[in-house]
Design a protein around this ligand. Structure first.
Ligand SMILES: Cc1cc2nc3c(=O)[nH]c(=O)nc-3n(C[C@H](O)[C@H](O)[C@H](O)COP(=O)(O)OP(=O)(O)OC[C@H]3O[C@@H](n4cnc5c(N)ncnc54)[C@H](O)[C@@H]3O)c2cc1C
Length: 511
């Protein structure tokens, strides 16, 4: 049996329960191939580009096992008796959904709404797919039952509380051609997309790239599938969905430059939340049969996407992204308000009005979250799902940039010109800092720390990456908006409009 098949099998029967910080860090010392800035990383848990985020994740895992949070963040699986993260709990009632909401709130409050790939992002993907296990089983293959694979995989992840990321899109090599004329592409271009090279007794051998995968540096496993853009492929060899450990032989991840390299104690308050992004290269990697969920035939995904990404059929986003956006909005609004207070500009009508605009976004989001919860329904499988939130996610992709723009406008030059920790410690200049860099009713230390937080959010390479993330992570917003339009039933009002424009007004004025 090959290495990859062994890796997947070794842990298949394990049930280690809710992840702890120590176990998480140990789990990443698995020989995974990660490259950064021209070098292969010997141990991701020791590399300065990754230790911040890895230690943050470990802290959260310890938190979920603490007496204070255990009941809110973990649950006992009724079938196996295993205690695991609430992220992996299949919601069977409206109360379960509430419990999941609280778990997501804690994860996001603890990480200030900055983690696009928190632990709770991919678990709902797998749970949502499990809800339509039947669709995956409809596609037949002599070597496995894809629906059964999904269920076994869910159980494995839940019982071991694994942290997953995903990769859906093709490398950004040549977007000029569409599925309709894919045949016209050169063989070299076609091979860029992840595809099956051959089948073996153990599984399928795949080669090709995937762009992007956030957190591939420090996730346990990566779920690979097709984004909505690439779901309708001509070449069946490119139709694949599977999940594999990050240390699968033949899988290499190239991480981008780190966004925070300031190692002071408070220079960049959000520096530990740089969650990294990777492009993945598969070079003849073996995907074991038991890890495949879709092969050659995209109909399960087409049916799921056709039924609406956030609908009861496939609620692959759950609470995590909603709670993350809520926390991020509240953070931007509060920092902007505190900055305005710290330099005495909150009294100005224009400034207060901009802050009020930020509050409108927070309010809309809070109301929408209540609505999504209110519209929760039970699916035929007995799984509970939130109401769909497709429009919400697109809306946030649009307003996130506007919120940061307002923060920058209120900070003005202060967002860049602040003393560093070492400047403050230098007695030769400290007297000037105390006098010229203090704020209204606040000292220079408080003011510079606050403005540095604003800088991290809206002006640093970290902040800009977060903004880019907001815009693109849910897929191309243009495509999403078009899909929203296609699925939006306007027939009732259109009929009334047709009626209005097709006859004289009942009480029309005679000329
Ligand atoms: C920070 C960050 C993190 C991410 N993390 C993940 C992750 O963890 N997992 C994951 O799977 N994905 C992730 N993504 C990828 C994300 O889903 C994609 O960025 C998004 O789907 C857009 O694809 P692309 O970047 O390849 O852009 P492209 O498709 O190359 O688009 C480039 C430009 O061309 C336009 N364009 C492209 N095709 C067409 C067309 N046919 N017609 C008209 N215009 C077109 C686009 O609108 C855009 O302006 C992440 C992205 C970012 C930025």
């Amino acid at each position: 049996m090959s290495e990859a098949a062994k890796i997947a099998k070794v842990d298949a029967d394990s049930a280690l329960g809710a992840m702890t910080g120590k176990r998480y860090i140990k789990s990443l010392k698995d020989g995974r191939e990660v490259f950064i800035d021209g070098e292969k990383v010997a141990d991701v848990t020791k590399h300065p580009a990754f230790t911040g985020i890895i230690n943050e994740m470990a802290r959260l895992y310890d938190l979920q096992n603490s007496d204070e949070y255990k009941d809110e963040m973990t649950f006992v699986d009724p079938d196996s008796g295993v205690r695991s993260s609430v992220s992996w709990m299949v919601p069977k009632s409206a109360d379960d959904l509430k419990k999941k909401r609280r778990n997501s709130e804690i994860w996001n409050q603890q990480t200030w709404g900055q983690l696009g790939r928190s632990h709770d992002i991919l678990a709902p993907y797998i749970i949502g797919a499990l809800n339509r296990k039947d669709l995956f089983s409809e596609v037949k293959h002599p070597k496995c039952d894809f629906g059964e694979n999904l269920e076994n995989y869910y159980n494995y992840c839940m019982k071991n509380d694994l942290f997953l990321t995903h990769a859906l899109g093709d490398p950004q090599v040549d977007r000029s051609e569409t599925a309709q004329n894919e045949q016209q592409k050169s063989q070299e271009d076609l091979e860029v997309a992840l595809h099956v090279v051959e089948e073996t007794a153990d599984g399928v051998i795949v080669t090709g790239g995937k762009q992007l995968s956030t957190a591939a540096t420090h996730a346990n496993e990566c779920y690979i599938s097709l984004s909505a853009t690439f779901a309708r492929r001509n070449d069946p060899n490119c139709v694949l969905a599977f999940s594999i450990p990050q240390n699968t032989p033949g899988l290499k991840a190239l991480a981008r430059e780190p966004n925070s390299r300031w190692f002071g104690t408070w220079g960049h308050p959000l520096q530990n939340l740089d969650e990294q992004d990777c492009i993945l290269f598969f070079d003849n990697a073996l995907i074991p049969w038991e890890r495949l969920f879709m092969l050659y035939d995209p109909s399960p995904m087409a049916k799921i996407l056709g039924a609406g990404g956030g609908s009861v059929n496939f609620n692959f986003l759950g609470w995590a992204n909603l709670c993350r956006a809520q926390e991020r909005m509240k953070l931007i609004t509060a920092v902007a308000t505190m900055v305005a207070e710290s330099i005495g500009v909150i009294q100005y009508r224009e400034v207060a009005s901009k802050l009020g605009e930020l509050v409108t976004y927070c309010h809309v989001w809070e109301h929408a979250m209540e609505g999504v919860e209110h519209e929760a329904i039970e699916s035929p499988s007995g799984q509970w799902s939130l109401g769909h939130a497709r429009g919400l996610h697109i809306w946030f992709a649009q307003v996130s940039g506007r919120m940061l723009e307002i923060l920058r406008e209120i900070c003005a030059a202060g967002i860049t010109m602040q003393p560093s920790e070492k400047d403050l410690a230098n007695p030769d200049i400290r007297q000037y800092l105390d006098k010229y860099m203090r704020g209204k009713d606040c000292d220079v230390e408080y003011k510079s720390r606050l403005f540095r937080l604003a800088h991290d959010l809206a002006a640093s390479s970290f902040g800009i990456r977060q903004d880019i993330y907001e815009y693109w992570h849910g897929g191309d917003p243009s495509r999403n908006r078009i899909n929203l339009l296609k699925g939006y039933d306007q027939s009732e009002i259109m009929d009334r409009i047709k009626d209005l424009v097709s006859r004289p007004l009942p009480h029309g004025v005679e000329k």
